[in-house]
Design a protein around this ligand. Structure first.
Ligand code: SF4
Length: 408
């Protein structure tokens, strides 16, 4: 089976999805395509329509024809999306994409008219070639231009910004560069050099790079390394390791058509199980939801309790001279403990630790200084307390205990 960039990308994003798609060949249920990807592909096909018309008739279509082509494909996509999706395509987003696409076409048309800058040699061309280690690789070249003795592989981008160099080299450049192998082989008789050109439709910017022998070697090495990882995983899988292709959770899951099979998601699609328990009839899904609601309530209750506790501790602190041992409500009472201890000053805990280590007072330390033991020790060793005066501070604390039944 020949590899492709989209296969390598799929494996990078989620090996399990790769397995479902390319090994198990599970047909992907028809789901609504991502608006961003579809928008890009409709713009690609609009420009393909432009150049095919020129190739067939020798004449460019009118700008208005391109816009009609783009708009009608967007409308068809929106209708399909609305049929397949639970929620309809948002009206505002659709209008924005229509407007943006029209803007891009307008600008492209104005900039490149009369479209004679280079000779278009191929459009949406399916290619297949051998990598040095013999693996077959396939791809689609959006557009192949010839200009003098240079072959130019063109790709259109609808990105909002130009990717930083690392991403750029990893994805876009890698794709164009690898296709240069095929171009170099097929056009060796006319093309002395091969260039890669990315046309950013939104930004009206072109990036053109000569694809040198060195770039080609680096790209091939990266691709072959990725293929080696896939083949090792495949070998383990074939040797009986059913978990060799692991799921990777991420944004890619949102539009993954295999959620229904995936261990991370499949329970979502399974029928609920009714259970008879001591507290009556319930179900797994109900228990999960119940657990979730209770955890949320628990968190809320704990936060409220902490607020009250802090308030009461401050209250007792302010009336410390009364020496109260309990605080009483109408239904319950709270115990009050007075705890006086030495502890490190805010920015001195490292200094204090260091001091205790130097004094070989290991008992006073765990991973942090044990405040209770330290306090006891310092009360018994005032000479050390004096040495530590820059590192520690004395803090008087009040701790209110947990609620219990009111003592009669
Ligand atoms: S749902 Fe996510 S984790 Fe599962 S196979 Fe698809 S992409 Fe991978």
């Amino acid at each position: 089976m020949p590899y492709s960039h989209s296969q390598l990308k799929t494996f990078d994003e989620c090996p399990l999805r790769y397995r479902y798609k390319y090994l198990d060949k599970i047909p992907e249920p028809h789901v609504a395509e991502s608006p961003a990807l579809k928008f890009g592909s409709i713009l690609h096909s609009t420009l393909e329509f432009l150049y095919k018309t020129i190739q067939n008739s020798g004449k460019a279509p009118e700008k208005a024809d391109l816009i009609i082509y783009f708009q009608s494909h967007m409308q068809t996509y929106r209708d399909e999306y609305n049929q397949l999706s639970e929620t309809p395509f948002p009206v505002q987003e659709f209008d924005e994409r229509m407007h943006l696409g029209q803007q891009m076409i307008n600008r492209y048309y104005e900039r490149y008219t009369p479209f004679t800058e280079t000779k278009i040699n191929g459009l949406e061309q399916n290619i297949i070639f051998d990598l040095p280690k013999g693996t077959k690789f396939r791809g689609i070249i959006d557009r192949l231009d010839l200009k003098g003795d240079t072959a130019i592989i063109v790709d259109y981008k609808t990105d909002k910004s130009i990717a930083p160099l690392s991403t750029f080299a990893e994805s876009y450049q890698q794709q164009l560069t690898s296709y240069a192998i095929w171009v170099g082989q097929q056009y060796a008789h006319i093309a002395k050099k091969v260039e890669g050109k990315l046309i950013y439709l939104r930004l009206q910017q072109e990036i053109t790079r000569e694809i040198t022998h060195e770039m080609l070697q680096q790209t091939i090495q990266k691709i072959e390394e990725k293929i080696a990882v896939i083949e090792t995983t495949l070998f383990e899988y074939n040797m009986g390791n059913q978990e060799a292709f692991q799921p990777t959770e991420g944004t890619q899951c949102r539009r993954c058509a295999y959620q229904i099979f995936c261990p991370l998601w499949k329970h979502k699609f399974q029928d609920d199980e009714v259970l008879i328990t001591e507290i009556g009839e319930t179900s797994i899904k109900k228990l999960i939801d119940n657990f979730y609601h209770l955890s949320a309530q628990k968190k809320e209750v704990e936060e409220k309790m902490q607020e009250i506790k802090t308030f009461l501790e401050e209250y007792v602190q302010a009336h410390r001279d009364e020496g109260r041992k309990y605080l009483y409500g109408n239904e319950a009472q709270l115990r009050v403990d007075y705890k006086d201890e030495y502890k490190a000053k805010a920015d001195q805990s490292e200094g204090l630790k260091q001091f205790l280590l130097e004094q070989q007072l290991w008992d006073l330390l765990s991973m942090t200084v044990k405040a209770k033991e330290l306090t006891k020790f310092l009360q018994a060793h005032p000479e050390i307390l004096r040495q530590l005066s820059d590192l520690i501070e004395f803090q008087q604390k009040v701790i209110v205990g947990w609620v219990k039944e009111k003592k009669e």
